[in-house]
Design a protein around this ligand. Structure first.
Ligand code: NAP
Length: 309
């Protein structure tokens, strides 16, 4: 067991975590962050970030995460690139276990984010970030005048497809049923768009590629197993996200999809445990909104700690 109780432990990196780290370090709380083995979160999978204010030429996602981390470390954030395996919020100070080692803190900020759900079909792994993406806002502009597909039938798929019409020559929505979870208004906006075609009763069986990158997909009709190939140089998978909350083992209240619920400002159902970024966000899911919420969580944690002493 680590011999000191920390003021604050931040679990998870990414824009929310690093901003929480920056603010709590500048508040002299000497925060400790467990950034995870793959620190930096979803932005590590993104090429250029062009919608974060302050970077007129854009910035690479991984580069931005390195710089956010450096900035927070300059003010004293201690970062360990290790995963938290479990927590114990049943007694104070709260317990956090990392590779079997026990740490204790007065307050916790959870910034573990959410991960996109991928299809997991043949050819996907090799093309991730090289044609196959889960974020049209991040990567859509790379497909100017190209043909792209969007997989899914929910609001995310409709939104991504509609957004992609700004760049792509043609957008095909591929959905495994003919019933859509998407709201009517978002479905109709996509369905009525002249650049969008919707193919129902189609699942992606495998991705096709050559040395230049993605070239298409083999689609299967789930009703009879028949297949067809479709050409595309970009593909966006929009079949949902899952928040990274397994390690909490139900100790913090979440919604039915596993997203942490804020009870008061950024505080969770547990006194002194805060959460920020995509692990609570079912709506915006942007680097800038996550960073903003990380700032809020650090300020809330600081005020809460003050109120305890
Ligand atoms: P969602 O509503 O759960 O839709 C996921 C879609 O992906 C469904 O059509 C589902 O098909 C399909 N799917 C799931 N697994 C699949 C697989 N393995 N292969 C092929 N297709 C698969 O998720 P979402 O669209 O990300 O939306 C999540 C929440 O955020 C919703 O509450 C939504 O309203 C909200 N949201 C709101 C907005 C907005 O208002 N601007 C934008 C985006 C999201 P089935 O229907 O066949 O299961």
């Amino acid at each position: 067991m680590a011999d000191t109780t920390r003021n604050v432990i931040i679990i998870g990196s990414g824009p929310a975590g690093y901003t929480a780290g920056l603010y709590s370090a500048r508040a002299l709380l000497e925060p400790l962050m467990f950034a995870g083995y793959m620190s930096g979160g979803q932005l590590m999978l993104t090429s250029d970030v062009e919608n974060f204010p302050g970077y007129p030429q854009g910035i690479g996602g991984p580069e931005m995460m390195v710089e956010m981390r450096e900035q927070a470390e300059r003010f004293g954030l201690e970062v360990q690139d290790r995963n938290v395996e479990k927590v114990d919020f049943s007694s104070k100070p709260y317990g956090v276990w990392v590779e079997g080692e026990e740490y204790r803190a007065e307050s916790i900020i959870i910034c573990t984010g959410a991960e996109s759900i991928w299809l997991g079909v043949e050819g996907e792994e090799a093309q991730k970030g090289r044609g196959i993406s889960t974020c049209a806002t991040c990567d859509g502009a790379f497909f100017r005048e190209e043909e792209v597909i969007v997989v899914g039938g929910g609001d995310s798929a409709m939104e991504e497809a509609t957004f992609l019409t700004r760049f792509a020559k043609k957008v095909t929505i591929v959905h495994r049923r003919d019933v859509f979870r998407a709201s009517k208004v978002m479905y109709e906006r996509a369905a009525n768009h002249p650049k969008i075609e919707i193919k129902t009763f189609r699942s992606v069986k495998s991705w096709l590629s050559d040395e230049s990158g993605l070239t298409g997909a083999t689609l299967e009709d789930p009703r009879d197993g028949s297949t067809e190939n479709i050409d595309c140089t970009g593909a966006f998978i929009a079949i949902g996200h899952k928040p990274i909350t397994r390690f909490l083992e139900g100790q913090v209240e979440t919604d039915e999809s596993g997203y942490i619920i804020h009870k008061e400002n950024t505080m969770t159902s547990i006194d002194g445990v805060f959460a920020a970024g995509d692990v609570v966000d079912t709506r915006y899911r942007q680097a800038i909104t996550a960073a903003g919420m990380g700032c809020q969580a650090a300020i809330d944690a600081e005020k809460w700690l003050e109120s305890q002493h």
